[in-house]
Structures are given as C-alpha cells and as structure tokens.
Design a protein around this ligand. Structure first.
Ligand SMILES: [Zn+2]
Length: 400
C-alpha cells in the first residue's frame, strides 16, 4: 500500500484532508471533511491517513509506504507495539512493515483538549469529569468532536447530520466549539473489520487532523479497570487503556478516560446532569436520531435508571411504554448473560435491596433451555473437528 502525498483543500464552509493510496493494486482515495471549525487549520502530515488505513493494510497483508511526513513516535509504535497488541485482539490480521519518506519529531504548540460528544453515557460521564470547575486546567475540554467513521449504521450520512444538529444545541449551551468530521474511512474496512471491532483506531485517526491546535484527545472508555484485557474479542474497547497511548504523537496525546467507574456509576453520575434529560442518546438501532427504547443498549440504560428511581427524568428521550413491554424479557436475558455490563446490574440490584423476582429466574431458565440445542451442537462438533484435524481435513483458526 502506497499512501500519499496529503492534500488539504479549503472550501467555503469546511476543510478537506485527502490522500490517494493503493489497496490490492486498486487506486483509492481516503478523505476527511472537517466543518464547524473556522479558526483551526488541518495538519498536513500523514498521521491520520496512516492510522485510518493500518488495519485495512494488515487485513490485505500489504506493507505500507508513506510518500509524505509522519510522526516518528507514531511510526515506531505502529510498526512495533501496536501491531503486537492488535494481533492479539484480532488474530486474523497480518503483521506488516511501515516505512515513510520523512519522519518528524516536531512538537506543535497546541494546548486544546478534545473529546467526542455523542450524548451517550460514556461521553456524558467524560464531560462531567473533564468539563467542570474541578477539572485540571491542562485537561479541561476546550473542543467537542462528532465523527462519522462508521458508527451511524443504516441511514449513515443523513443520520450523522441529524444527530449532529440535535447535539449542537447542548454544545452551544456549554459554549464549546463542536467540530463535525465526515469521512469515507468505513469503505475500506469491509464487513470483517466491523465498527465495534475497530472503533478506537478509527476514532483516534480524527483528532490527529487537528494536532496543530489540540494537545490531548480524551476517548471515553466503555469498560472499567476490572474488565479490560488484551486478547481476542469482538469489541476493541477492551484494550483502549493499552492501545491509545500507542496512537499518540509528539504533539497529541490520546488517553482512555473513565475506567475508574462501573457502567452503573457512570449512569448515576450522568443522571445528575440536567442536560442529559434533553439529549441522552444511547441507542445503536433504528434509522432516526432518537432512542428506540427496546435495543439492548436502551434497555440496559433504562433498567439502571428504573432501579435508581430516575426513569421519569428521561420520559422525553425514551418511549417508556415500549420499555415496559420489553422489560421482563430483558431481565431474563440479563440473568444468563456473560456481558460484564449486564452482570454488574444483577449484583447491584441485590446490593440496593431490589433483587430480581423468582419469576425472572424462571424466565431466564426457559431462555437457557431454548438456547441449549445450539450450544449442544457446538460441543458435539468439537471431537469431530479434532478427528478431521488429525487426518489433515480440517484446520482450526490460528491465534497469534
Ligand atoms: Zn435503542
């Protein structure tokens, strides 16, 4: 994969960072369009392009050569430690070599602090900690960021713009610049590198566009210190604490923040912010900028608020009738789930004297029985695979 050189195009109401590259011998173009930030210039080095295209190149097993300047520190970390880490998490990727025509170890004089604002529990929690009276000066948020790097699902660009407009009212109340970044990055990841598996590196590529002005990028963590690990997983967030420092440059430090809390603690903290009553957005389903009130993320948040007696505060943001329709079945699912974010609700409900009823446990038992034939089939396949493997007719997935 040859990347570069970088082109910056100034439009009337936005700036575009664009770069040509080759993937599987096909000429391609990656672009980022940055708007709502008239006073900020874009960085003209290849740091963002390198982060954005690293995983597609590792998937295609293509070495990268950059025909432009890149941060010396970033190049070193992506060649070595970061690849070792990501190969443990996504074992079907390949180790590659990255080279660049020029390296730079210059430090920009930026002092800004930026964080994504999606109005979910994690990002609201970050605002509560890093945009408050008690926040340390050097880490106090000065800019908010809203990206389209593949998280908006069906509806994509229309939904991205709709959500931005909805959140902008809140950002304006805080008097914070709210930078919108659109990109075609998702086009190069394909189904196998889906968003949940790769979101950290996609999002970390964006603030590097702004590193002339921004010194710190705060990425809201999804998991607590208790649950983080490096290893095969469906969600890149499990390794954020280890990976984000490796995606930093001489000018911009990337941090994972918020792992000192459980999801419940974050939700209860956010429920003290009146801004959240107007814009809390936890939903990943649907094709509108509203919460569906019945997906797992909506139900997880609503059940926590319900147990805490805070549900009514959010009646404008959720359809509570829909929640009540799905509540019983969700509790049954919760009781048999391995997801740490769901398991902590079960423990907490007991701690606050609201354990789930016997009826819920019976429902959970029925759910478990329903899923049993599928699990049995998986178990039965194992010895067959072992025999086929021994005679060379089957090859198990290789883990790094
Ligand atoms: Zn939802």
């Amino acid at each position: 994969m040859d990347i570069g050189p970088i082109n910056i195009i100034e439009k009337s109401d936005s700036k575009v960072y664009q770069v040509d590259f080759t993937l599987k011998e096909q000429a391609q173009q990656l672009w980022f369009e940055v708007s709502h930030c008239p006073s900020i210039s874009l960085t003209n080095n290849a740091d963002s392009a390198l982060l954005a295209l690293l995983l597609p190149a590792m998937l295609a097993k293509e070495d990268i050569h950059i025909k432009d300047a890149v941060s010396e520190r970033l190049l070193f970390n992506l060649n070595g430690p970061y690849q070792s880490l990501v190969l443990q998490q996504i074992p079907f990727l390949n180790r590659i070599n990255i080279s660049a025509e020029r390296c730079s170890s210059q430090v920009a004089a930026g002092e800004g602090v930026i964080s994504g604002f999606s109005a979910g529990i994690d990002s609201f929690s970050t605002i509560c900690d890093y945009f408050a009276e008690h926040s340390p000066k050097q880490l106090k948020i000065t800019h908010l960021l809203y990206n389209n790097v593949g998280s908006h699902g069906v509806g994509e660009e229309r939904l991205f713009k709709e959500r931005y407009q909805q959140l902008r009212t809140t950002a304006n109340k805080w008097d914070l610049p709210f930078i919108m970044v659109n990109s075609n990055m998702d086009d190069f990841y394909g189904k196998v590198l889906d968003f949940q598996l790769t979101h950290t590196i996609r999002n970390a590529a964006v603030p590097l566009l702004l590193q002339n002005h921004i010194a710190h990028f705060l990425y809201s963590s999804a998991y607590s210190y208790h649950d983080v690990f490096v290893g095969p997983s469906y969600d890149m967030a499990y390794s954020d604490l280890f990976s984000l420092p490796l995606m930093s440059t001489e000018s911009l430090q990337s941090h994972s923040v918020g792992s000192e809390y459980s999801r419940i603690e974050k939700t209860l903290k956010v429920a003290q912010s009146e801004y959240s009553y107007e814009v809390l957005d936890v939903c990943v389903k649907g094709d509108s900028a509203n919460n569906c009130s019945h997906c797992d993320k909506c139900l997880r948040t609503l059940l926590t608020l319900d147990l805490a007696g805070k549900l009514e505060l959010y009646k404008e943001r959720f359809d509570l009738a829909v929640y009540y329709q799905h509540k019983q079945h969700f509790i049954a699912k919760l009781l048999i789930s391995d997801d740490p974010l769901l398991k902590e609700i079960v423990v907490w409900a007991k701690q606050i004297g609201q354990p789930f009823a016997i009826k819920h446990y019976l429902d959970a038992y029925c759910l478990l029985l329903k899923g049993l034939p599928k699990q049995l089939l998986v178990e039965l396949k194992k010895p067959v695979k072992k025999i086929l493997g021994a005679v060379g007719l089957y090859q198990a997935k290789q883990y790094y």
